[in-house]
Design a protein around this ligand. Structure first.
Ligand code: PXL
Length: 287
């Protein structure tokens, strides 16, 4: 019998403490019945969001060596999924990885910034190269800050009308990806939403998120991983954003109730079994 478990080459950093990147991506994919194949871009003692000076080893050269090895042994992947990257060279290596597996679903989480600002390490040159990755993607998952960077527009903190939101999604898709998901978008009805656009089906979706007055690192990684897990398991895009949004809501609310230090991330450990369930709730709306 062949190995019928789908595999995902996950090209992200591994931050030990703080529940982000591969520390959350791998367990989410596993519990959803997929094999995560971790390709670490760097190892860090913690994420960079508030623990002071981190210990870090850059693994830029490890990426092409890993790809060469996988090609020598004839490994194939159902999905190549990239995220937080440490240097411009790593972006080139991700492009090589994507080219080596043209049949794999190409998922690019264009991690570049949050709350209206690019991350310190994401220079304008790096952001321009991330656009090259996006061109090659089938599915992208920017947040609102990253959406504006990709569209080369100034960040607009104001709520968007439905028409403006749809225009942004369509223009992101024109860069390349046929499926676009944007997280954390406030609409004119004063709700925060995760939005989705499927170009082939010409459909727009939204999932309203319940408001919790706290940001936690790693939530974007968990969201995109649940989305990838859902889509590779046969979810439609609307059902996949519903599953990812519900899981985040459940876990963020639980975390907030315990009053833990936000930099420790979301307490997903006890909620992971929820992701093994396949039922859905019809919670999405048409945008
Ligand atoms: O979750 C995004 C992320 C990934 N990797 C590292 C980070 C962050 C966000 O802070 O610091 C190292």
């Amino acid at each position: 019998m062949g190995n019928r478990i789908k595999s995902v080459a996950a090209i992200h950093d591994l931050s030990g403490y703080g529940r982000c990147s591969l520390a959350v991506i791998a367990p989410v994919l596993s519990v959803m019945g997929l094999q995560p194949v971790a390709v670490p871009t760097a190892v860090l003692s913690t994420h960079t969001g508030g623990f002071g000076q981190v210990a870090m080893e850059d693994l830029t050269d490890f990426i092409p060596q890993t790809l060469a090895h996988y090609q020598r042994i004839g490994l194939d992947f159902d999905c190549v999924y990239t995220g937080f990257l440490g240097s411009r060279a790593q972006i080139g290596h991700c492009l090589e990885f994507l080219s080596a597996y043209p049949r794999a679903l190409a998922v690019v989480d264009p991690v570049m910034g949050d709350s209206g600002r690019p991350y310190r390490t994401y220079t304008p040159e790096m952001c321009a190269e991330v656009v090259e990755l996006v061109r090659r993607a089938d599915l992208i998952t920017p947040n609102k800050t990253e959406m504006y960077i990709l569209l080369r527009q100034e960040y607009n903190p104001a709520p968007l009308t439905h028409g403006e939101a749809k225009s942004c999604l369509a223009r992101l898709s024109e860069l390349g990806p046929s499926q676009v998901v944007v997280t954390g978008v406030e609409l004119a009805d004063m709700t925060v939403n995760n939005l989705a656009y499927d170009r082939e089906a010409n459909r727009y979706w939204r999932m309203v998120c319940s408001y919790v007055p706290q940001n936690y690192p790693g939530t974007g990684d968990v969201f995109a991983s649940v989305l990838v897990g859902g889509i590779l398991s046969g979810d439609s895009l609307a059902i996949a954003i519903e599953r990812a949004t519900r899981f985040l809501e459940l876990t963020i609310k639980a975390t907030y109730s315990y009053g833990t230090d936000p930099k420790e991330g979301i307490l997903l450990e006890r909620n992971l079994p929820w992701l093994a369930e396949r039922h859905t709730f019809g919670g999405y709306e048409i945008l």
